[in-house]
Design a protein around this ligand. Structure first.
Ligand code: FES
Length: 85
């Protein structure tokens, strides 16, 4: 059995190692980040549906706003910014 391949990404400027082909949402949760944006009323938000429908998991990825963290696979050197509305 092959061991998993790890890659490095940056979440809010901090480096994290994770298994290649993890979604960004999985990477955030694995990093201990349980919410990464707020609703218009200030409630904490994170992945809800996990299948690209609810848009609750939006983050900034490599300078692109409103990317669904549950639908994007991590790539080496990816830069994820949370709490950007
Ligand atoms: S968790 Fe619903 S779109 Fe990502």
């Amino acid at each position: 059995m092959r061991s998993p391949e790890y890659i490095e990404i940056f979440i809010d400027g901090r480096a994290y190692l994770l298994i290649r082909n993890s979604t960004v949402a999985a990477a955030l949760l694995n990093a201990g980040i349980t919410h990464w944006r707020r609703s218009v009323s200030g409630q904490p938000r994170a992945a809800l549906c996990g299948m690209g429908v609810c848009f609750e998991c939006r983050v900034n990825i490599d300078g692109h706003a409103h990317q669904r963290a549950c639908q994007v696979l991590c790539t080496p050197g990816m830069r994820v910014i949370t709490h950007v509305e």
